[in-house]
Design a protein around this ligand. Structure first.
Ligand SMILES: Nc1ncnc2c1ncn2[C@@H]1O[C@H](COP(=O)(O)OP(=O)(O)O)[C@@H](O)[C@H]1O
Ligand SMILES: [Mg+2]
Length: 461
């Protein structure tokens, strides 16, 4: 991984930058301080040397002393010439010092500290001078002491080299430590990442271990685990759905193939073939029914909304559905009564489909001669449609799951021609498309299944 794109690399770089800033400021302050101290020392050194000779010159008794003074200055001048003395005068007997020609241009300020550049020296000399006017003992003269600043400059150079090395080393060290600390701090994240890598559909129940995680990561891991929970539920639903679909499609297909093979096994008369084709047609229609219903549910699941909502009398729509089921009702010898009415914005074809599914179930489960009651009522912001029929009670544990796809209370009814377990799932989808919900109760020999639609379609449209 590129260092700039890793958190540890970035943090190390930031630490290094901060260290560079702090250490540079520190080094600058120390350098300034050292310069001040060295300058003071240099001036002190110059002053001491100057005062010694100045004292002697001020107490000069006669010209015979010059030779002794020159000898003393010779003795005082160190071999490396880091301290030098000059005496400027018109009297050649008094004059002293090398490179006198260069000194001529010196400032006339007595007793002041100044600088003097001398050929062959990298650093200027720090100098002090004093003027003695002519008197009975000697001609006018100027006495100068110079101290070489090279040793001080050397000290500063050495200091700067050490400082540069320390700052560079310090910055590198801080970067390294920063990198190691961050690296260490990110160990739990790496572990999480490894665990997340290991997740796969074959280990759906696997979760990230949240124990011993730092607080910041614990939240993240918990959210991630929450997402995994939901994914697992959805995945399992899909798996069982697939199993159900396959199962429900296979039976009619097996029938079709079986009937056709039997019919083809020997010579058949036309009426016999017609009978086979009719039986095949029934199976194929059933297949088409399942596929259509599944297609509808798939679209509804993807968030398909009603095309156009029209404010309609729900009772009128229910009556239309009943008319459509006329033949079935007669055959089952049951009667439907519609109670109440409500006006609600609905898509008629969807509403009719839901009501038809409810009536289908009620007809199938009612004993002959009984009465099915459809109730319509508006309450608060929803209009509710309920279909009640006398019949065997549905155990409570099944009630909540009636609206699941392919769910059937009586498993033995599975694959009986009229039942494929998608009817109530479609009712639920239609209710959801109208921002409503579904309900089912089974009490005192009466089973009531219903759904609601939103009265004010402003929000759902
Ligand atoms: N009115 C009812 N009385 C008794 N059981 C019912 C009624 N309506 C639905 N059920 C139960 O709910 C299950 C699911 O209904 P549905 O989704 O319409 O599927 P299907 O009718 O194809 O079996 C049915 O199999 C049945 O067991
Ligand atoms: Mg049904």
């Amino acid at each position: 991984m590129n260092a700039i794109h890793s958190i540890a690399g970035r943090l190390a770089a930031m630490f290094a930058l901060a260290a560079l800033l702090v250490l540079s400021i520190l080094a600058y302050i120390l350098d300034r301080e050292l310069a001040t101290v060295l300058e003071r020392q240099q001036v002190e050194q110059l002053d001491t040397k100057f005062k010694d000779i100045d004292y002697v010159l001020k107490r000069l008794r006669g010209p015979e002393q010059w030779e002794r003074i020159h000898a003393k200055l010779d003795a005082l001048t160190p071999p490396d010439r880091s301290t030098q003395y000059w005496i400027l005068s018109d009297d050649p007997q008094i004059r002293y010092g090398n490179a006198l020609a260069e000194i001529v241009s010196i400032s006339q300020d007595a007793s002041s500290v100044g600088e003097l550049r001398i050929g062959g020296r990298a650093e200027p000399m720090l100098i002090r001078n004093d003027y003695f006017p002519a008197d009975e003992r000697h001609a006018a003269l100027r006495f100068i002491v110079g101290v070489d600043s090279e040793p001080y400059a050397r000290t500063r150079r050495a200091f700067r080299t050490v400082m540069l090395a320390s700052v560079s080393g310090g910055v590198l060290l801080v970067a390294l430590i920063g990198y190691l600390i961050t690296h260490w701090g990110l160990v739990p994240l790496k572990r999480l990442s490894r665990e997340a890598h290991a997740l796969s559909p074959s280990m759906l129940s696997q979760r990230l271990v949240t124990a011993q995680l730092p607080a910041e990561l614990s939240d993240l891991a918990q959210s991630f685990n929450g997402a995994l929970d939901r994914l697992e539920a959805a995945y399992q639903q899909l798996e069982s759905f697939n199993a159900d679909v396959t199962h429900d499609l296979r039976t009619p297909l097996t029938n079709l193939i079986g009937h056709t093979q039997v019919a083809l096994s020997r010579e058949r008369s036309v009426p016999q073939l017609v009978e086979v084709l009719q039986s095949n047609l029934e199976d194929m229609e059933r297949l088409r029914g399942i596929v259509n219903d599944m297609l509808f549910l798939a679209r509804a699941n993807q968030g398909e909304r009603p095309q156009q909502l029209l404010r309609t009398s729900l009772a009128a729509e229910v009556h239309k559905a009943i008319e459509f089921l006329d033949f079935l009702l007669e055959e089952a010898q049951v009667h439907v009564r519609v109670q109440g009415d409500a006006q609600a914005p609905i898509e008629r074809s969807l509403f009719c489909r839901a009501v038809t599914n409810l009536l289908h179930n009620a007809i199938r489960h009612s004993p002959p001669g009984s009465e099915i009651v459809v109730e319509l009522a508006a309450a608060e912001d929803h209009a509710r449609v309920t279909v009640s029929n006398p019949g065997p009670a549905i155990p409570a544990e099944h009630l909540g799951r009636l609206f699941d796809r392919f769910y059937r209370v009586d498993a033995s009814r599975t694959n009986s021609g009229e039942s494929h377990g998608l009817g109530l799932a479609i009712v639920k989808a239609v209710a959801a498309m109208h921002a409503g919900n579904v309900s089912a109760t089974s009490r005192g020999g009466i089973t009531t299944v219903g759904f609601s639609v939103l009265l004010d379609a402003q929000d759902s449209a």
